[in-house]
Design a protein around this ligand. Structure first.
Ligand SMILES: CC(C)(COP(=O)(O)OP(=O)(O)OC[C@H]1O[C@@H](n2cnc3c(N)ncnc32)[C@H](O)[C@@H]1OP(=O)(O)O)[C@@H](O)C(=O)NCCC(=O)NCCS
Length: 92
């Protein structure tokens, strides 16, 4: 999964969580997927929180793979499984 809300005015209003909820429902219920994954850089706290609230869980870390102005950041791998979502609700 990749997601980008272009206009910052619309960040932090829950749209990311809502969009991911709809997308994972579509993936599991219509496409019959069993696992949906994404990657996110460790500095992107907003995105990580959004993904966690949409039911994604971390399953791996690629250490220090992103370098910005000589600072090294990890790439975080996250996934959600079909069994994590039952009847459209996140199963913690
Ligand atoms: C990442 C993105 C899709 C998230 O969508 P969004 O609609 O802004 O996110 P949501 O409002 O659904 O959820 C964000 C959560 O992070 C929280 N948050 C915001 N900044 C935070 C920070 N610095 N640290 C921790 N949490 C933070 C918000 O409070 C919110 O949590 P809440 O629902 O408990 O209040 C959107 O911000 C975006 O398009 N960003 C630019 C592109 C990008 O970074 N894409 C992801 C690439 S991996």
């Amino acid at each position: 999964v990749g997601i980008f809300i272009g206009n910052k005015q619309y960040w932090n209003k829950g749209f990311g969580q809502e969009a991911l909820g709809l997308l994972t429902d579509y993936g599991f219920q219509s496409l019959n997927l069993n696992n949906i994954m994404l990657t996110v850089f460790s500095f992107n706290k907003r995105a990580i929180k959004c993904y966690e609230k949409a039911g994604f869980k971390q399953f791996g870390v690629r250490k220090e793979s992103k370098i910005v102005n000589e600072t090294k950041y990890d790439e975080i791998y996250m996934q959600i499984l079909r069994k994590d979502k039952i009847d459209g609700k996140i199963n913690q």
